[in-house]
Structure formats: structure tokens, C-alpha cells
Design a binder for this molecule. Structure first.
Ligand SMILES: NC(=O)c1ccc[n+]([C@@H]2O[C@H](COP(=O)([O-])OP(=O)(O)OC[C@H]3O[C@@H](n4cnc5c(N)ncnc54)[C@H](O)[C@@H]3O)[C@@H](O)[C@H]2O)c1
Length: 250
């Protein structure tokens, strides 16, 4: 069990990518705090993990609120005494044109998608330092952080921020023996904000198939395991190779 005796927090863990990350980390021995805004979803994932012999508990948290984040970090420390792994997975997309998005909508997307990874990094990082923990933090980024999109503006700005936040976090936490990295997915399972998998969703990549949540979970497992001990501040693309293609070139 490569993650035995380790405690992990996974945000947005109630379905899709976060669900598979939680279940895979638990299958490798981690105790998982399944954090989601939706209590029923988080509790279900935690119950599934416990039913299959793992350790997990659901925590309700709006990652867009610092008070909620501090409360979850405290609750996890009170419950299990240390935090070894932090996976910042929760995000929402605006799916809007810049003429249509309101300032409140913009701020909400940034709060959940960009500010939350910073705040979890800050509060969990402090908890890790207080216990001398060899910590691992993974931010779930997106290919939308590398390219503009017609159908989203706040989400692409936020994910672009996650890209560079990861590097500063990696530098600032490295002296504390905390490794920070990011995974960069493209079209994994169902679209952000939706639970239904749409097999007809247009997918262009070098694998000729949609990504699956387990594809991303496997990458996260690698980045929180000792096998990746020399990997710091990197963006690990889990995109079927789509970002290697130049549009229009045969
Ligand atoms: N699905 C994709 O194709 C894709 C592509 C690129 C990047 N990503 C990234 O992967 C991550 C997961 O995506 P997904 O498709 O699994 O998302 P999803 O929308 O299916 O699930 C997100 C989960 O986060 C929870 N959540 C939403 N707002 C929250 C809040 N304020 N506080 C706590 N929990 C909240 C939701 O209840 C839900 O359970 C995100 O960071 C997303 O940007 C996904």
C-alpha cells in the first residue's frame, strides 16, 4: 500500500474526476476526506470507499469561502491528526461570452477555480509544516488554462492562474518538503458541471477516445507517490495528446 498511513483531502470529490481520485487514493491505503458542496454526493463516495474496505469521510464545504476551507482543514486535523496529500480538484465553468458574464459570476468562478487552490494550499501547507509532514499537493488544471475559448472566459482565466499558482506554490513550499504539481486534463468523462457522460461529445486527440476519470486519477496517484519524488512544479498533461496537435496542420 503505497499511501498507507497517509491522509488526503480531495475537493469536488462527489463525482467524476474527484470521485475516481478519491477511490484510487483510498485503494492505495490513504484515508480520504471527500470534500464537496453537495453533501449527498460526498457522503456516497465516502460510503463506497468504506464499503470496499477503505477509510473515508464526507465533508461539506463551499471551497469558494475561506471560512469553510479553514473549518475543513481543522476538522480533518482534529479527526486524523495530519494531512499528507491535498488534491485541489473542485472547479466550475462559466461557459459564457465576455459580454454576457456578470461580475458576480466572474468572481464566483475565480473563487472556486483559482482562489480555493491557493487557500487550501495556504491552510493545508501550514498544517503540514506544523507536523513536519512530507506533503504532496496536486492542482487539477485544464488545457483551458493554456488556450482561449469562445465559450468560456472566467474559467480560462482562472485555469491560466492555476498554471502559474502551481509554480509559485511549488517554489514557496519546497523548503518545507512539500511537493506541488499540476495535472492538465482535456475532455475527461463528462464536461465540468455535468454528471452525464455524453458518448457523442466531440473528442479530438491522438488516442481516439474520450478521457476517463481513472486516466486522471492514475496521474494524480503518480504525483502523490514517492515514484515522482524528483518531480516538482510540473504540469502533467492528461489530454490524449490533443495539445501536441497544431490546428489546421495535417
Ligand atoms: N471534465 C473534463 O472534461 C475536464 C477537462 C479539463 C479540466 N477538468 C477539471 O477537472 C476537475 C474536475 O472536473 P469534473 O468534470 O469532474 O467536475 P464536475 O463538475 O463533474 O464535478 C465537480 C464537483 O465539485 C463540486 N463542487 C462544485 N462547486 C463546489 C464548491 N464551491 N465547493 C465544493 N465542491 C464544489 C460539485 O458538487 C461536483 O461534485 C475540475 O478542476 C475541472 O476544471 C475537467
Amino acid at each position: 500500500m503505497k499511501l498507507a498511513n497517509q491522509v488526503a483531502i480531495v475537493t469536488g470529490a462527489g463525482r467524476n474526476i474527484g470521485e475516481d481520485i478519491s477511490k484510487l487514493l483510498a485503494a492505495h491505503g490513504a484515508t480520504v476526506a471527500v470534500v464537496d458542496l453537495d453533501k449527498a454526493r460526498g457522503d456516497k463516495v465516502a460510503a463506497d470507499i468504506v464499503a470496499s474496505g477503505g477509510r473515508a469521510k464526507g465533508f461539506v464545504c463551499d471551497v469558494g469561502k475561506e471560512a469553510d476551507i479553514e473549518a475543513v482543514v481543522k476538522a480533518v486535523m482534529d479527526e486524523w491528526g495530519h494531512i499528507d496529500i491535498m488534491v485541489n480538484n473542485a472547479a466550475i465553468s462559466d461557459n459564457k461570452h465576455m459580454f454576457d458574464i456578470t461580475l458576480d459570476e466572474w468572481n464566483r468562478v475565480l473563487a472556486i477555480t483559482l482562489t480555493a487552490p491557493f487557500l487550501f494550499g495556504k491552510h493545508v501547507g501550514k498544517a503540514m509544516v506544523s507536523k513536519g509532514t512530507k506533503g504532496k499537493i496536486v492542482n487539477v488544471s485544464s488545457t483551458s488554462g493554456y488556450y482561449g475559448r469562445n465559450r468560456a472566459v472566467a474559467y480560462t482565466a482562472a485555469k491560466g492562474g492555476v498554471r502559474n499558482l502551481t509554480k509559485s506554490m511549488a517554489i514557496q513550499l519546497a523548503p518545507h518538503n512539500i511537493r506541488v504539481n499540476a495535472v492538465v486534463p482535456n475532455k475527461i468523462g463528462s464536461p465540468v458541471g455535468k454528471s452525464e457522460f455524453d458518448p457523442s461529445r466531440k473528442v479530438v486527440n491522438l488516442r481516439d477516445r474520450p478521457g476517463l476519470p481513472i486516466d486522471l486519477a492514475n496521474a494524480v496517484l503518480f504525483l502523490v507517490s514517492d515514484e515522482s519524488d524528483f518531480i516538482v512544479g510540473t504540469d502533467l498533461f492528461v489530454d490524449g495528446g490533443v495539445t501536441t496537435l497544431m490546428p489546421g496542420n495535417e
